[in-house]
Write a protein that binds this ligand. Structure first.
Ligand code: ATP
Ligand code: ZN
Length: 288
């Protein structure tokens, strides 16, 4: 267990989690040197230090307390089955773990996998899925290039990470079952000392502010005063929309925050209600 008071954060050295992990800390205003080849870096303006590791090693280091927290895909967190706390889902590096078979093979359901040889780097997650489905199959654990296994006669099916599916298609495979959905998660050593837990809470506060901002837009519009009531009813705002009079008599400006989700429906409704000169501005941080 580390006795250093700063929070030790493990992130992937290089790979599909690295860029978004670095961006997240940057947006949280935490400064550190992430130059290539570094193993460790101390933040200059936040009580944290960063360890750059292979993603597969991160849950183990967090369990052991070598790192206090870490960022990994849920697929790795579940597969490695280490005693760590999942603190927060981060919403990036989304992918799925799927079973795929040669394009020409028939498939009616999971029973078709009975007694088949399935190549995967995820024996734990696949084993759980097959057990739940009551399917007995032969799991071949291989560590990379799983998708070539059927082509070289090593397996009848594969179970691998898919994002777009193009790798499967180019290897003559078709996806038949999605067994797990994954995104990046922040994991923590269970029972962090209070001081580190505080720092983690501070970090979480910033992460939430960044994420809330990313899914929202600031909107400013002009409206005739007789339309204000209808327009205000359409707008949530942080508490309630701000309404300020314009120098043109009978008109006001309305300021509010819109969520990305129903953005265009709201814009259409606002225009129909009489809104004009609508400005939409990105929000950098949002503290509720
Ligand atoms: P390392 O060298 O650190 O062991 P790796 O090759 O095992 O890296 P990556 O391919 O960088 O791992 O993937 C890291 C994580 O990113 C995966 O565990 C998964 O959660 C997620 N991921 C994998 N493939 C994709 C993808 N195509 N799109 C989005 N996320 C993905
Ligand atoms: Zn890995």
């Amino acid at each position: 267990m580390s006795t250093n008071p700063s929070l030790r954060i493990a992130i992937q050295k290089s790979g599909r989690l690295s860029e978004d992990s670095l961006r997240l800390f940057k947006e949280c205003g935490i400064k550190f040197d992430s130059g290539t080849g570094r193993l460790k870096s101390v933040a200059s303006n936040f009580p944290a230090e960063f360890l750059f590791l292979r993603d597969d090693d991160i849950p183990g280091y967090v369990e052991d307390g070598v790192a206090d927290v870490g960022i990994v895909g849920e697929n790795v967190q579940v597969e490695t089955a280490k005693a760590v706390e999942v603190v927060y889902k981060l919403g990036f590096s989304k992918c799925r773990l799927s079973i795929a078979i040669p394009r020409g093979d028939p498939y009616e359901g999971v029973q078709n996998l009975q007694n088949k040889r399935i190549a995967t780097s995820y024996p734990v997650i696949l084993g759980q899925f097959l057990a739940e489905q009551g399917v007995r199959a032969d799991i071949h654990e291989i560590s990379g290039s799983v998708e070539i296994a059927p082509g070289i006669g090593l397996a009848d099916a594969v179970c691998d990470i898919v994002s777009s599916g193009s790798t499967l298609i180019s290897n003559g495979l078709k996806e038949v079952e999605t067994i797990f959905r994954s995104e990046a998660v922040l994991i923590a050593h269970p029972g962090l000392p209070a001081e580190k837990r505080n720092t983690l809470d501070q970090l979480l506060f910033r992460i939430k502010a960044v994420q809330a901002a990313a899914s929202s837009k600031y909107i400013v519009l002009n409206a005739p005063n007789n339309a204000i009531e209808t327009i205000v009813a359409l707008l949530p705002g942080m508490k309630a929309p701000t309404v300020v009079p314009l120098s043109t008599p009978g008109w006001s400006a309305i300021h509010s925050v819109l969520s990305e989700e129903d953005f265009w429906e709201k814009i259409d409704a606002l225009r129909a209600a009489g809104a004009e000169g609508i400005l939409v501005v990105p929000i950098e941080k949002m503290i509720r």
